[in-house]
Design a protein around this ligand. Sequence first.
Ligand code: ADP
Length: 182
Amino acid sequence: MKQRLLFLGPPGAGKGTQAERLAASCGLLHLSTGDLLRAEVAAGTDLGREAEAVMARGELVSDGLVLAIVRSRLEGHSGGWLLDGFPRNLVQAEALNTLLEDLDQQIELVVLMELDDDLLIQRLLGRGRADDNEAVIRHRLEVYRQQTEPLISYYRQRQLLEAIEASGSVEAIAERILVLVG
Ligand code: ADP
């Protein structure tokens, strides 16, 4: 079974839901940069204050900030992990490579969750998070297309990428992912 995984896909594809399930059932450390950032915002830390306005606009928080969060969690963790929402651009992907070289670890699988834009928007509107209003959602999708989508060919070239269709029930999607994880 693969132990070092990335979940890639547009906002609303269900990465968080699937990542949480898979991590729990396989005993992996689940790192969601979105959840970690929201926790910083809720706790009112300096970092949270810096991130809050950026997140509300649907832009990406600075690479340095997100990297520091990921680095601090992966260092000193020897087991498997599942990164959800990170990396989100090529700079972050390269920084992750460097970090993993330092830790003598490797990504084993990148799962791309694919879903039509109409369904994505429908799901996000139903969720009602602070950054889930229609204008911000459309902007997050644009940011995804411009900054995150290039990671698809990046990981495909490295022969790490497998795509699944992220429609249907939570159970059905979980099954598709399990097949890839092995
Ligand atoms: P979604 O995938 O639904 O957009 P996330 O919880 O993954 O939700 O992310 C919410 C917000 O947190 C993003 O719009 C962005 O502002 C910030 N964020 C999360 N992960 C990253 C990251 N790796 N780099 C920069 N910003 C991030």
